[in-house]
Design a protein around this ligand. Structure first.
Ligand code: NOJ
Ligand code: CA
Length: 688
């Protein structure tokens, strides 16, 4: 049940006695409201440290805290606890859009201030919040003499996994050429070297843990470096000059987060990343609209069209009108158009310097399409591909958004295709610098883009982004990102996304926030079926289930219109499924194996808000799952419209075998789901 109390209890600040240089070591603790999670913070070791237990068993062993600076002495060794304050919060807040309308924030907090006893020592506070589903902590540095202008070279924060020799980890490599777009690895924990977050672990006891961060603002992204067996150190992605973070005056770091649960799905059902972000800073955001879209996109990925000009140019006025007609007829809100602007000719991956963000190709009449879209009730969705030259984009950004605002565009997909460490910028002195997608420079650049877009009432869907850390709470126009291998890899990736990819993303990448995966490929035979071609390695039913499993407030129907028209039964589900939810529950699953979600539609008008949806997906193994329907509203009847794998379905040679069935069900019923190899089930529970 959801607490509507909205109360915040402030407990009295508790000051520990000040003490001298020869003081005693001290520890302090904070526990989650249900008492299951306990954090112990101490100055007993040579550096400040913390450890965490869950249900009476240690899960994070003694782990160091601290920051290292280029000019100033490090804040770590020799620092002692000097004071602490505590707080308890039990409140809830509303999302303008999301997996659920109301988010509960229930935690206990301790903010521990460390000081170095010698006169020249500085001070810092580490604020810990213990929730029932995990822990967040961050460093807070007040303005203080000697530390006014700092360059952080290293963070000493550790995450030491208890009994690490028996733990399993799911991860992608960090600081690599392909940013975040890798096939996930499943390995013993000790094989994970330098990894991105969310970093998901299952320990010897079967406890699931995910390490990530929240509210990454004006700071370097954190990756994790296994320094000793089981001990991961925060590793901050540096600027091109080698410094990790540049800061002036007082500052707080992002929150380091550790989600903890008995079951894998507990990680998904946790809201701590959002709770650790600041409330909405944009005010009225009724102009941010969840929805569904189609677009001039997949045709380029399967080489039927080109982004650049020529005979098979995708972004023509005529083709866009064709898509607008299709969108209007089948209830889509927008049409994404890639390749509409000058700069795509030649090898566009390296064309960042020549992109214009205001000048269309001759065969793309933006004024006429704005008019046509208004007539049809369909919006153009904008596209800004930077090919990694962010200075060229920044110089045109204001004009680019102004043009789109004038053209009735309220959503722009951005792109930063460039290899990791190869984002090009021209600095203040005219010198070319190469930056990482997750360094402090780009963290700021992405947010600048989102804030400027907000001034034009435009929402942003970032491709080749920095990882999501829950900033959609603060900037609700940051509606989605890529930041993992999306559907595009099925067109041309080596290898395409394997059958386990979706149940893997659900417990890793998706813990960070919405992904614009672009589901719904109905024609898998564009290169021929079989196991060794480029194609979605799924059944058709699984493509439908993605709309429920892979949360995003904007969902694309990614395939070509003709492929939807050829399979009207399956296409009906895409027309029906909403993208904004009253409630979402991960019901069951195991990392990389399978996952089942139930979500209730959020109310938009008098006709909506009563239906539930279910999405289930499996990896290469066929499975039979029993699902209790006790999430449905009690005492109500629903027509279950079931889209499932047919009895002969299997992903390699028979992916299209789909059965659509209807049954009347209530909350007292159970359903048996039979998933084919790399199969799925999608259900609409229509309230009757
Ligand atoms: C990569 C993006 O992920 C994809 O969706 C887009 O079509 C291309 N870049 C071109 O911008
Ligand atoms: Ca991409």
């Amino acid at each position: 049940t959801i607490s509507r109390q909205g109360t915040t209890m402030r407990l009295t600040a508790l000051m520990l006695a000040a003490f001298s240089g020869t003081c005693l070591a001290q520890t302090t603790t904070v526990s989650s409201p249900d008492g299951q999670i306990k954090v112990t913070i101490s100055d007993e070791q040579h550096t400040p440290s913390y450890e965490i237990s869950f249900a009476g068993k240690q899960v994070i062993a003694n782990s160091s805290l601290g920051l290292v600076f280029k000019q100033q002495p490090a804040m770590s060794e020799g620092y002692k606890i000097s004071s602490q304050t505590t707080d308890s919060v039990k409140s809830s807040w509303e999302q303008p859009w999301g997996e659920r309308q109301t988010v509960v924030d229930n935690h206990n907090e301790v903010a521990v201030t460390f000081k170095k006893p010698q006169p020249q020592g500085g001070t810092f506070t580490v604020r810990f919040r213990a929730f029932n589903d995990g822990v967040g902590f961050r460093y807070e540095l007040p303005k203080q003499a000697g530390y006014d202008d700092v360059e952080i070279t290293k963070e000493l924060t550790e995450f030491a996994i208890t009994d690490s020799s028996d733990a399993t980890a799911w991860w992608i490599p960090a600081r690599g050429w392909n940013r975040y777009e890798y096939v996930y690895n499943t390995t013993p924990l000790h094989k994970a070297a330098l990894v991105h977050t969310p970093f998901t672990i299952k320990n010897k006891e079967g406890v699931h843990i995910s390490i990530h961060e929240a509210a990454l603002v004006d700071y370097a992204g954190m990756v994790l470096n296994q320094r000793r067996d089981g001990t991961f150190q925060a590793d901050l992605t540096p600027w091109s000059d080698g410094v990790a973070v540049k800061k002036q005056g007082a500052f707080n770091t992002p929150w380091r987060t550790i989600q903890i649960g008995d079951e894998a799905v507990d990680l998904i059902n946790s809201d701590i990343i959002l709770n650790l972000n600041e409330p909405n800073k944009l005010g009225d955001v009724s102009w941010v609209k969840p929805g569904k879209y189609v677009g001039i996109w997949w045709g380029m990925h399967i080489n039927e069209n080109t982004w650049g000009s020529g005979k098979i140019h995708g972004a023509t006025t005529a083709n866009t009108k064709y898509y607008m007609d299709f969108a209007a007829k089948y209830g889509f809100d927008g049409v994404l158009v890639e390749g509409w602007n000058i700069g795509w000719d030649g090898d566009w991956f390296f064309n960042g310097d020549v992109f214009s963000f205001t000048q269309p190709y001759d065969d793309f009449d933006i004024e006429e399409l704005t008019r046509y879209g208004k007539e049809k009730g369909v919006q153009l969705i904008g596209h800004h591909e930077t090919s990694g030259n962010v200075t060229n984009y920044r110089n045109q950004m204001e004009d680019a958004f102004a043009l789109y605002e004038k053209s009735n565009v309220s959503q722009v997909k951005t792109g930063y295709v460039a290899d990791g460490g190869n984002i090009k910028r021209i600095d203040e002195n005219g010198i070319v610098r190469k930056e990482w997608h997750d360094g402090q420079f780009m963290v700021n650049e992405y947010l600048h883009n989102v804030k400027l877009a907000a001034k034009h009432k435009i929402s942003i869907n970032t491709h080749e982004p920095v990882k999501d850390t829950g900033l959609r709470r603060t900037y609700p126009n940051w509606i989605a990102r890529e930041g993992a291998r999306g559907q595009e890899f099925n067109a041309w990736g080596t290898p395409p996304n394997p059958p386990e990819h979706i149940p893997m993303l659900a417990f890793t990448r998706m813990l960070a926030g919405p992904m614009d995966f672009t589901p719904g490929i109905f024609d898998m035979g564009f290169n021929g079926l079989g196991a060794d071609t480029n194609r979605p390695q799924t059944t058709l039913a699984k493509q439908l289930a993605l709309y429920v499993v892979m949360y995003s407030p904007i969902q694309m129907a990614a395939d070509l219109p003709r492929n939807y028209l050829a399979k009207p039964d399956a296409f009906q589900f895409i027309q029906d499924v909403p993208t904004d939810w009253q409630q979402s529950i991960a019901l069951q699953g195991e990392v990389g194996d399978y996952v089942v979600f139930a979500r209730k539609e959020r109310k938009r008008d008098q006709y909506s808000g009563n239906d539930w949806y279910l999405g289930a997906v499996t990896d290469e193994k066929a499975r039979t799952l029993e699902v209790k329907l006790d999430f449905l509203d009690k005492g109500k009847k629903f027509e279950a419209q079931i889209y499932r794998d047919g009895d002969k379905a299997e992903w390699v040679n028979n992916p299209y075998d789909l059965k659509v069935e209807k049954r009347i069900v209530t909350a007292d019923d159970k359903l048996t789901l039979k998933l084919a190899t790399s199969g799925g089930t999608a259900i609409r529970f229509k309230a009757i």
